[in-house]
Design a protein around this ligand. Structure first.
Ligand code: SF4
Ligand code: SF4
Length: 330
């Protein structure tokens, strides 16, 4: 059963130091010298910031590029790590992405062992958002607060964080005290403010309204420069490529993220390509998010994180596509 605590913001860095001293590897949002916030390993608690990162935690459990195994002298050597990991300061849109990745990579006919190892080794300390972010539209989907799938969930209530604890694994009496009814009410108010601040999109039945043959795809296709940033920044995109490389006396099997917006994504043997132009690749991206995944899994493959909007250099915006097919204009 979930218990509710609180922790003073003044104690947060000391708590992080405590966890580091306990031998956990901690990953979370840190501010770089250029001012960007990126999700990476935290060596010094002072570097942690309670902000949504540009990249999110996906690459910790599903790296951009990883060696799956090495083949040397007739033997297959698997890449394994026994790192005890905490993902500290994740956002709800990112962990909802994990839930979607789990459905695809762990619950199908075949299990992705590499992903499973990293995922099961990762303890989630989520920070529910109490302010609407610039491009996000999470209230169209799951909202800013997780219902499950975390060990701890922090909610900003002013000088303190309210802390929802699914288990006691990371609860240390020195840092946490009991929360009052007033604290719980304040947290609810702060979460509700996000619903008030954020635009709700007309997502209902979008899979029945979206059209394959529509001028919008050519319009957007004229702008897309196939950089793949929308896919690479998305917490729910899971397409990858696998290839072998020979280095010295070893062969490495490597898995690397792929992107449906790249020209080579759908290229077949003999150089046939059913998705030669930008328009057809954009149709694939939006149909996967808004139609195919809904038909296969019962929900849209999007958590409303807004990263694809923020990252796209030519301002292609999934919110505009949803509104357009719901009767709006582009
Ligand atoms: S499609 Fe865009 S808004 Fe939706 S989860 Fe992916 S990056 Fe976020
Ligand atoms: S981020 Fe924008 S320009 Fe880049 S591939 Fe995606 S839609 Fe195209």
């Amino acid at each position: 059963m979930m218990k509710v605590y609180k922790i003073s913001k003044d104690k947060l860095k000391a708590y992080l130091s405590y966890l580091l001293n306990k031998g956990y590897s901690i990953y979370g949002p840190v501010k770089t010298t250029s001012g960007d916030v990126i999700f990476s390993k935290i060596e010094d608690p002072e570097h942690f910031v309670d902000e949504k990162s540009t990249n999110g935690p996906k690459s910790v459990v599903f790296p951009e590029r990883e060696i799956i195994f090495r083949y040397r002298e007739g033997k297959i050597i698997e890449e394994k790590s026994d790192e005890r990991r905490i993902l500290f300061g994740t956002r709800t849109c990112e962990i909802e992405g994990f839930r979607m990745l789990d459905d695809v990579l762990l619950k199908g006919k075949y299990k992705d062992i590499s992903y499973e190892r990293k995922r099961s080794n990762s303890i989630i300390v989520n920070f529910a958002c109490t302010k609407a972010c610039k491009y996000g539209f999470c209230t169209t989907f799951q909202g800013p607060k997780l219902k499950n799938g975390f060990s701890l969930q922090f909610i900003d209530i002013g000088d303190d964080y309210l802390v929802e604890a699914m288990n006691e694994e990371l609860i240390v009496p020195e840092y946490f005290t009991e929360a009052s009814e007033e604290d719980i009410k304040k947290a609810e108010e702060n979460i509700n403010n996000v619903y008030k601040e954020m635009e709700q999109l007309p997502i209902k039945d979008i899979e029945k309204k979206i059209k394959f043959n529509d001028e919008i795809w050519n319009k957007l296709g004229n702008y897309c420069i196939n950089c793949g940033a929308c896919n690479y920044s998305c917490p729910t995109c899971f397409c990858f490529d696998v290839y072998d490389v020979k280095i010295g006396n070893e062969i490495l099997r490597i898995r690397e993220w792929d992107s449906c917006l790249l020209e080579g994504f759908s290229r077949l043997a003999g150089f046939n390509n059913p998705r030669k132009d930008n328009a057809s690749r954009l149709i694939q991206r939006f149909y996967h998010k808004l139609v195919y995944h809904k038909l296969n899994y019962g929900y849209y493959l999007c958590t409303g994180c807004g990263r694809c909007i923020e990252q796209c250099p030519v301002n292609i915006d999934i919110r505009d596509v949803i509104k357009y097919f719901s009767g709006g204009e582009l």
